[in-house]
Design a protein around this ligand. Structure first.
Ligand code: PLP
Ligand code: COI
Length: 366
């Protein structure tokens, strides 16, 4: 689908009755994940005749949709996840936002949606962060940004819609997992799969998550934090978690992570961790890793650590692994040394504590 190459101006409409200071400050004390929202949001429209238009930052409010809106029927929807951080010196930082803009455009292409120009995406994110800057928590917490786009044409025929809405909401967040730095437990799903070759696994579309929920519910039933999916063709190769990529740390200085082959999400945290691990002198192998190999390596002691990584979760050590035929521990079941080191390095960069040699952070001017 054609995309407008020019990026419209963004109008600012300030909220007339924002959340009172005392209530906001209280909400920021224990934000949890994805429950508290800021005063504003970004909205922009796309129509086949006008391209992107009416871009604005406006008061956050419910959206009114026609019951025939295409997204409600055929799930033509994509989203992103990124964070704004408050540095100790007061700067507001984004981490590799250009990568989110790029992946959003790639997801749009896969879902036959118009691309949001990178310039509009970045400007919209920055405007929202600037206007809602009082909502950025300090310390370990951050402001989670959720750009998304959906088909909003009132039409029941099955074809790419002719109207779309691009929206960004923001939510102050603490740790994704309730246990904090404690290692997470995984349920290995062998019946349901997340994505098959030629499908939408590499796109960040809502449908992938809808399809994962029954397996995530099974994980909760088994008292596990997250589900880990195997490949759809052979139910043999480890792919990724419901909302994170996965890494395995061996006792010979190598680190293994499943390769990007169209069925897993190309995580920005994953890409960053690969760079940071290689800079530490580790050999990172992006190669297929089977569940059988995982079990054998955990049993032999070759596998010393494993971790999940993503924007929401940052880096989380993997401890207990449950599957249909039993369970095992990775290492001693605690978050490992390398996981902790990589997490600290990454968070240091994101929060502007560590010198940004990679040019990964972008300062939002206040
Ligand atoms: N895999 C899935 C399925 C995800 O939802 C996410 C989170 O966005 C990731 C991996 C990690 O991606 P990123 O590091 O870009 O947040
Ligand atoms: C993210 O990390 O941004 C995600 O989309 C994953 C989800 C667990 C919130």
């Amino acid at each position: 689908m054609t995309a407008t190459s020019h990026s419209p101006e963004i109008t600012i409409e300030f909220h007339q009755s924002p959340v009172p200071d005392a209530d906001r400050i209280r909400a920021l004390e224990t934000p949890g994940f994805g429950k508290v929202f800021t005063d504003h949001m970004v909205l922009a429209k796309w129509t086949a005749d006008k391209g992107w238009h009416d871009a604005k930052v406006t008061a956050r409010r419910p959206l009114e949709l026609d019951p025939a809106s295409a997204v409600l029927h055929y799930a033509q929807e994509i989203f992103e996840g990124m964070k704004a951080y408050k540095a100790d010196d007061g700067r507001i930082l984004l981490f590799r936002p250009e990568e989110n803009a790029r992946r959003f455009a790639q997801s749009a292409e896969r879902m036959a949606m118009p691309a949001v120009p990178e310039e509009l995406f970045l400007k919209a994110v920055e405007e929202l962060v600037r206007i809602d800057k009082n909502w950025i928590p300090s310390g370990d917490a951050s402001l989670y940004l959720r750009p998304f786009m959906f088909a909003n044409e009132a039409f029941l025929g099955v074809r790419p819609a002719q109207e779309y809405i691009f929206c960004i909401i923001a939510s102050p967040v603490g740790a994704y997992f309730k246990g904090g730095a404690k290692a997470v437990s995984l349920w290995v799903e062998t019946a349901y799969t997340r994505a098959a070759a030629g499908g939408t696994g590499a796109a960040k579309c809502g449908g992938n998550y809808a399809a994962s929920l029954v397996a995530q519910a099974e994980a909760y039933k088994r008292e596990c934090d997250q589900v880990v999916f195997l490949d759809a063709a052979e139910h043999r190769w480890v792919e990724e978690l419901g909302g994170m990529n996965v890494f395995f740390v061996m006792n010979d200085g190598s680190v293994v992570t499943p390769p990007l082959g169209g069925t897993i999400l190309p995580g920005i945290t994953r890409a960053s961790v690969i760079v940071l691990a290689e800079e530490k002198g580790l050999r990172v192998e992006q190669r297929p890793y089977s569940f059988a190999e995982w079990q054998a390596d955990a049993a032999s002691g070759k596998l010393v650590e494993a971790f999940a990584c993503g924007t929401a979760a940052v880096l989380a050590g993997i401890g207990l692994v449950k599957h249909s035929a039993g369970e095992f521990l990775v290492g001693d079941g605690q978050t490992g040394k390398l996981t902790t080191e990589l997490r600290e390095k990454l968070v240091g960069l994101q929060k502007g504590v560590t010198n940004d040699e990679h040019g990964w952070t972008r300062t939002v001017s206040a």
